[in-house]
Ligand binder design. Structure first.
Ligand SMILES: Cc1cc2nc3c(=O)[nH]c(=O)nc-3n(C[C@H](O)[C@H](O)[C@H](O)COP(=O)(O)OP(=O)(O)OC[C@H]3O[C@@H](n4cnc5c(N)ncnc54)[C@H](O)[C@@H]3O)c2cc1C
Length: 452
């Protein structure tokens, strides 16, 4: 497209816009519209390919990049109804997690499953079937969705719930926005059990001890995750901490906490890549020291427990314009020893600046392309560059060989063959999408790359 960003695009009602995935890996110049009335979002010709964009916090290009019109849905962000006696909340698709917290928490309710940044939208959580800080106990976002209103030009507005269009509901939860535009969602919130969250820190001497440590503390935890240093060589490889939180009595603070603002574009505001091979070991050591200087148990507000990265977004900015990879994988429990050994051997021989390694326990049964199932979830961040490219390719082979699964909504370069090999229902997902929408109107860079 030769027109500059901001110029009117030949498709009426749209403008030329430069869009980038949160990890900095995919950039596209596309036609973008910002409808603020339902009439406008339904005004595109019925045959016009399109995709909905929520907050734009997807690490991958799930909300753009398909070559059609990008419909920025953020104007549709109202909470329509909230029943304080049952905890059922009805909202528009682009309502943010922060807004739900602001309305629900003072009334004693919260979303037990939510990703860690408050400007992420409900539509984005449903489309990626996001998980929170205790997938083992609370499941994925699918568990909180009771019904949806979905718009598709070929089908009109459909109600999806347990009784009506149940299969389409399953296809839409974790469906990467490819079934249509979620106009409204009804969500089952949970009662806030106690006022405060107490987070206990437990030392992990080496990565191999992670699964046992998580299993030892998970039963009593309302949230649990680990942090590891993958730049340590030898016996201490992957040493770190488990953070196990549980609700405790205390004065509740239902106000939303402070969140520093970042989005996919401003993430690159510093330009240069400050987290790299030279700086990452020192960065990790400093973070480890800072953690070990904190009290072994500390009480925090619910907002800070739910959105732990809200005030640490500078971390993402340190990757600069080049960006980073996030590779998240889910390995069956019995494959964990092989996973740990392979990672240690690879990183002992290939200097790769892994800036974050974090684990959670997962449960549930796998469906379509949802990132779900029993096992250990490991998230890895590392800067883009030659070492990162090689490490990502190594991880592709590792997940395939171990019978593990990569998260399709975390890695913006994940190859189609790996997804097809790791997800038994890859073909079923693609077929179900095509049966519902033979023209495949809703498309993105992700759907094109994965052949969906
Ligand atoms: C700081 C940070 C922390 C994160 N933490 C976690 C975490 O803890 N757990 C986790 O699982 N994920 C996490 N994520 C990933 C994030 O939850 C997902 O990428 C989520 O999809 C982003 O939502 P969004 O509103 O930004 O949507 P976008 O990025 O704009 O879009 C994501 C997908 O949702 C679709 N979509 C959005 N709205 C609608 C709608 N109304 N109708 C139809 N489709 C729609 C889009 O088409 C696209 O496919 C995190 C991301 C960041 C940046």
């Amino acid at each position: 497209m030769s027109e500059p960003a901001g110029a009117p695009h030949p498709i009426p009602g749209t403008a030329v816009s430069d869009l980038v995935s949160f990890d900095g890996g995919v950039r596209r110049r596309e036609a973008l519209m910002r409808p603020d009335r339902y009439r406008d979002l339904m005004s595109l010709p019925a045959s016009q390919p399109r995709i909905v964009r929520g907050g734009g916090y997807s690490y991958v290009a799930a909300g753009f990049g398909g070559g059609g019109v990008v419909q920025d849905a953020r104007a549709f962000n109202r909470i329509v109804a909230f029943d304080e006696s049952t905890g059922v909340l009805e909202c528009e698709g682009a309502t943010t997690l922060g807004k739900v917290f602001t309305v629900a928490a003072p009334r004693g309710w919260y979303l037990p499953v939510q990703p860690g940044y408050p400007d992420i939208t409900i539509g984005g959580c449903i489309a990626t079937d996001a998980h929170g800080k205790n997938q083992l106990k609370d499941g994925t976002f699918r568990q909180v969705v009771t019904s949806l209103d979905l718009y598709h030009p070929r089908h009109g507005v459909l109600r999806l719930d347990g009784q009506t269009n149940g299969r389409l509901l399953e296809l839409t939860c974790g469906g990467l926005g490819l079934t249509g535009h979620m106009l409204r969602a009804r969500l089952q919130l949970a009662r806030i059990p106690e006022g405060r969250v107490r987070i206990a820190r437990h030392r992990i001497a080496r990565f191999e001890d992670t699964l046992a440590t998580l299993e030892a503390h998970a039963a009593r935890a309302d949230l649990i995750y680990t942090w590891h240093d993958f730049t340590v060589r030898g016996g201490g490889f992957g040493r770190g901490f488990a953070h196990a939180g549980r609700f405790v009595p205390g004065t509740a603070d239902p106000r939303p906490g402070r969140a520093h603002s970042v989005d996919a574009r401003t993430r690159a505001r510093y330009g240069v890549q400050l987290l790299n091979g030279a700086t990452t070991p020192a960065f990790n050591r400093a973070y480890e020291l800072w953690q070990s200087l904190q009290p072994a148990e500390r009480d925090t507000s619910l907002f800070d427990a739910l959105f732990p990265v809200a005030r640490k977004v500078i971390y993402f900015e340190l990757f600069g314009r080049t960006g980073f990879h996030e590779y998240q994988l889910l390995a069956p429990h019995d494959r964990f020893p092989a996973l740990a050994r392979s990672l240690r051997e690879y990183l002992d021989h290939h200097r790769t600046p892994v800036t974050l390694a974090s684990c959670k326990l997962f449960a549930g049964s796998q469906r379509y392309l949802r990132f779900q199932g029993p096992g250990l979830c490991l998230a890895l961040d590392f800067p883009r560059g030659d070492a990162g490219t090689r490490f990502a390719a190594f991880l592709d082979g590792l997940v395939r060989d171990l019978g593990a699964r990569p998260n399709v909504s975390k890695d913006s370069r994940l190859p189609r063959e790996i997804v097809a090999a790791c997800y038994p229902e890859y073909g079923a997902f693609r077929d179900a999408l095509r049966a519902f929408d033979p023209d495949r109107l809703y498309r993105s860079e992700v759907s094109e790359r994965l052949g969906l």
